[in-house]
Unconditional design. Structure first.
Length: 276
């Protein structure tokens, strides 16, 4: 029997078999069977937060089915995680975190799922985005298969972010400009390295809060560079300082920008002198 008008959509209840292990293990527990979906209540959200930004944080700890911001109670959202393991990971690592200037609190909900009605018009949040978003089939899920899950580490947020999946042709200035255009905090240091297929690196900020804000805003940022589509992915590293020994360069972002501006000024002066 098909779903009638007004009947709610149900989340995907097919659980992938996944890995297991202690906190910090390379295979995140969020991929495991973990039981049926689990709903979390999130309080204290800033007015600039929306479902996509909340997903950008929660997806690092488990797969998200649906997110619904309450229209009658500001600053509160319901998040349906794929299973209880992912919900536990979020509680363990993100509860009481400060996000976009506001400390959030996360708690288990008595609801068994986040209900989304087909024929109901979505609410519109202050930033213009819809208050409900479904991620069941999102390509950004990081625990949907054993192979994907094995690439994740469950760590607490820190002031250092790992970014990856950018085109080989990009450099530090390109990354800094992406963050600036999105209104992210300015990192104090950036380091990059290139594999055979993509560019990756680390960003260090003045505080963990700035790193969390950047992850919520810039994770899964998409665009085109020289005709090549890119998707910038971000993850917390858990590192307390930049591992310079693992990178050829870890230069301060501000110094890099200053050096570039100075060089452009010198080139401009040289051009004027030549024309004179």
């Amino acid at each position: 029997m098909g779903r009638g008008p007004g009947r709610p959509r149900r989340g995907d209840r097919n659980m992938d078999r996944g890995g297991k292990g202690p906190r910090g293990d390379t295979m995140g527990p969020g991929a495991g069977p973990g039981g049926p979906p689990a709903v979390l209540m999130v309080h204290g959200l800033d007015s600039t937060m929306n479902p996509s930004r909340l997903f950008n944080l929660f997806c690092m700890y488990g797969d998200v089915n649906k997110i619904k911001f309450l229209m009658t109670k500001k600053g509160i959202a319901m998040v349906e995680m794929k299973n209880s393991r992912g919900a536990d990971n979020v509680l363990n690592h993100l509860n009481r975190a400060k996000v976009l200037g506001s400390q959030i609190s996360i708690s288990p909900s008595k609801h068994r799922e986040v209900v989304v009605y087909n024929n109901a018009a979505p609410g519109i949040l202050e930033d213009g985005s819809e208050n409900v978003q479904v991620f069941v089939n999102s390509r950004f899920l990081r625990y949907s298969t054993e192979k994907k899950a094995a690439k994740n580490r469950l760590v607490d947020p820190s002031k250092i972010l790992h970014f990856f999946a950018l085109p080989l042709e990009v450099d530090e200035d390109f990354v800094l400009k992406l963050l600036e255009d999105k209104g992210c905090p300015t990192p104090t240091s950036i380091s990059m390295h290139k594999s055979e297929v993509c560019s990756a690196g680390l960003l260090e900020f003045d505080s963990t809060e700035e790193a969390i804000d950047t992850a919520s805003i810039a994770n899964h940022m998409q665009g085109t560079h020289k005709g090549v589509r890119y998707l910038m992915k971000i993850a917390f590293t858990g590192k307390k300082s930049m591992p310079v020994e693992n990178y050829e360069e870890a230069k301060p972002a501000a110094a890099a920008a200053k050096t570039k501006d100075k060089k452009e000024e010198e080139d401009s002066n040289l051009s004027r002198n030549f024309n004179d």
